[in-house]
Design a protein around this ligand. Structure first.
Ligand SMILES: [Zn+2]
Length: 301
């Protein structure tokens, strides 16, 4: 008991000393229970694409500079269509970071566009048959290998205004791709009342014997709430209720962050560092969370 109290006090003092979340704490103090192990944090930053002249959005540059200076590992979801016309500067921006091992770039769709079938709007990986979905992944993998020198091993489905973000065929496409190993799952995977799609996904993932591994979200503990607005206090309320959860996938959209939102993101990182968080790329986290699974895709006996 004493050690738990002491641990809690250290957490509070560390936070106050850093001055990091004092703002949130002043208004509504949130007691963070001591954890037996520090959380694994997967920063899932979405929607990178090339701008004119091979540039990335200045807000991407800002977040990359900041995380690299803080020595925090992170991951970036690439919308792959602009790889077709990738300028050497854009190629270098991605390649140098991937090679550092501190950043993982993952497949976030070909165009991230909403499409219509019989008047119904769908997000990119729903409302399309297997072959069309596979073609989108194949095109992206080919460009990644040719231009960036690596294949994507993680997928996070693109959302938007349309219905659904993936379907059963998406899961089959991932299983059939020789490099894909991790899915950033956009719903709680072990929900006691799973959707039909999640039930199907559980079955397929179990049958894959470690080929495809799932990193899911906890609705209670997200980075942005509402969408596009980092919100540390909302996160802390959920985080405080999940002291046994091993990892958190934190989804953000840096190109949408105002200066104020970026400052909130900085407070997030300070808070997580005060929790001794282990920042990992999705692939690293999957290996840490599912240690029995081979990393060599498809070579399990
Ligand atoms: Zn997106």
């Amino acid at each position: 008991m004493l050690s738990r109290l002491l641990a809690w006090a250290i957490v509070v003092l560390a936070g106050l000393a850093a001055g990091s979340w004092a703002g949130a704490a002043e208004q509504s103090p949130i007691a963070i229970p001591a954890r037996e192990t520090p959380p694994i944090i997967i920063l899932k930053l979405d929607d990178l694409r090339q701008l004119q002249g091979g540039r990335v959005h200045p807000r991407w540059q800002r977040v990359a500079d900041y995380l690299e200076q803080k020595q925090v590992k992170y991951s970036i979801g690439v919308i792959c269509q602009t790889l077709e016309s990738a300028h050497p500067n854009y190629v270098e921006w991605i390649r140098s970071r991937q090679e550092s091992g501190n950043v993982e770039f993952w497949f976030h769709g070909w165009d991230h566009a909403v499409h219509q079938v019989d008047g119904t709007k769908y997000n990119e990986f729903n409302g399309r048959p297997y072959d069309q979905q596979k073609e989108r992944l194949d095109k992206a993998q080919k460009l990644a290998k040719e231009k960036l020198g690596f294949a994507f091993t993680t997928f996070g489905p693109p959302g938007g205004e349309g219905n659904g973000v993936f379907n059963q065929d998406t899961l089959r496409v991932l299983l059939d791709d020789q490099d894909m190993r991790v899915m950033l799952y956009p719903a709680p995977f072990n929900d006691p009342k799973p959707s039909e799609l999640t039930l199907f996904a559980r079955k397929l993932v179990a049958e894959s014997q470690g080929k495809l591994r799932i990193l899911d979200v906890a609705w209670q503990a997200r980075l942005e709430r509402p969408l596009f607005k980092p919100n540390l206090e909302a996160f802390m309320q959920g985080y405080a209720k999940l002291p046994k959860r091993q990892y958190f996938v934190l989804q953000g959209h840096p190109a949408h962050w105002s200066d104020e939102s970026f400052a909130e993101f900085e407070r997030f990182i300070d808070f997580l560092q005060s929790q001794n968080a282990l920042f990992m790329t999705p692939s690293e986290a999957a290996s840490a969370i599912y240690p029995g699974d081979s990393d060599a895709a498809g070579t399990n006996p």
